[in-house]
Design a binder for this molecule. Sequence first.
Ligand SMILES: Cc1cc2nc3c(=O)[nH]c(=O)nc-3n(C[C@H](O)[C@H](O)[C@H](O)COP(=O)(O)OP(=O)(O)OC[C@H]3O[C@@H](n4cnc5c(N)ncnc54)[C@H](O)[C@@H]3O)c2cc1C
Length: 495
Amino acid sequence: MENKSELPHTKHHTVGIIGGGIAGATIAIRLSELGIKVVVLEKGKSLVNGPPICHLHAGGNLYREIDDKQCFTLLKESISLLQLYPKAVDYRPTLIAIPTVDSGDPMDLEPRLEKLQGEYQRLITENPKNNVLGNPENYYKFYDRKEVQYLASIPISHPPENLDEWMMYASKKLDLERLKFPLVMVEEYGLNIFRLAATASISLEKNSNSTVITSANVQNVIAIDTPDANWEIHYKQQGENKQTSVSFLINACGFKTGTIDDMLAVKRNRMVEFKAAYISKWPDFKGFLPEIIFHGTRGTKNGMGQLTPYPQGYFQIHGMTTEITLFKDGLVPTTTHSAQPLLDPEFIRKIEDQWDSEEISDRTHKSIAHITQFIPDFKTATLGGIPLFGAQQIPGDDPDLRTANVTFSKKNYACCEIVKASSTLTAANAILDKLIEEGHVTRKDFPEIAYPITLDISENKIQEKATALCKERNYPAPMASIVNQKTPINCTPIS
Ligand SMILES: Cc1cc2nc3c(=O)[nH]c(=O)nc-3n(C[C@H](O)[C@H](O)[C@H](O)COP(=O)(O)OP(=O)(O)OC[C@H]3O[C@@H](n4cnc5c(N)ncnc54)[C@H](O)[C@@H]3O)c2cc1C
């Protein structure tokens, strides 16, 4: 195999990435697939093991409160992420419903959906490879009450192949009296964190340009000045102090990016928020469901409900109330003394150690009750596993910000602050431009999509690794699989 480290477009420079979450791992894949040497230092045992990722926000339709610009960005970024991780995507739509108790009008969603449909068409015209969410004409569809009742009356037993067939399954479960009409189905797919983690681990393991060091807790970073290195990274691995030198440093520490900023005396305003989703098992569930969103006002008892299907009757639930997904004092900003917001020690204990089993049971049952308001049969669901949870960072001071990527506040240093998984490639490409600008990389004409190693990983290998990660992290094995498996158009390996 060709030794990519000797490709002419790189000097002897190495990019050091602290943090192997979805941001650090994706940036490492993008750079190493282009022949740039990277070293990833991850505190945990495996990659992509941070807060949950279950939804590919291809249009931002879960968020009524964000502007069109953020929705367009999320659409474009989601298409790019899907092109990198096609086997981690669950190709099923999302049903959006407005409960009768909510003040919203379903038709308020239409102008934005129409614009998103136009934008998706424009992206396909720009590059036909962007056609990964199906025919733009079917990007969304509204269903009035009569249509929903009609579709509910049609028997179906085969895997759904279009929006109407997904609606046939969903309409049979919904309590139509508690929902406003029309309902809307949109081609926002699912993202499976275990399959993302599996893909990233296998890709970086196979790539001779990348080195991944796990169980490596970075303790300090010191600026140095040698021909090949600008930073010395000091880390602890299994009680031993170690160090490595790199020419460019990427801080991808998720909700802990502030700790590295502090080491470098970089001032930055950001917030971090602790949140959780719950795993339930619906024992008598048969058939298929799309992801279902019941819109609501965040932080009230009628906060948004989100039901995410996995195979074999497992469902992940978010409920944007303080009794379910949100937590009292779970959102904290930076102080004047530090770039790292200080979460209450109770949340750190949950992240680093464990949850009380009583609290898990209590919050999971509340999440089941939240969904049962609209899907009465869901009342038979029970606790299906430990929660998926973590702290998420949000740069600046707008808690509704959903699109952010990277900042460069020092030479040879990038701080990655994504809010959604889809922004990771935007961050990677901005870093690539910076590497060229600062002379770490001399070649300038890198292709926009080039992931030969990642796209060559077989379904079997991903399934095997994802199942092992589920087991290692104590989640039910079926969560390593997706509900609706198909290979989307244009996601064949590009060499
Ligand atoms: C409840 C919830 C649901 C969510 N759902 C979605 C969703 O459906 N779709 C979506 O796109 N996004 C979702 N998000 C957001 C998403 O989880 C985050 O945006 C994403 O995980 C951030 O990735 P990251 O790589 O920046 O950070 P992380 O995943 O937190 O990774 C940072 C890594 O850095 C490591 N690290 C930290 N400090 C050090 C150190 N000193 N030395 C070495 N390593 C270190 C950590 O161990 C960690 O692995 C959700 C978030 C939450 C909380």
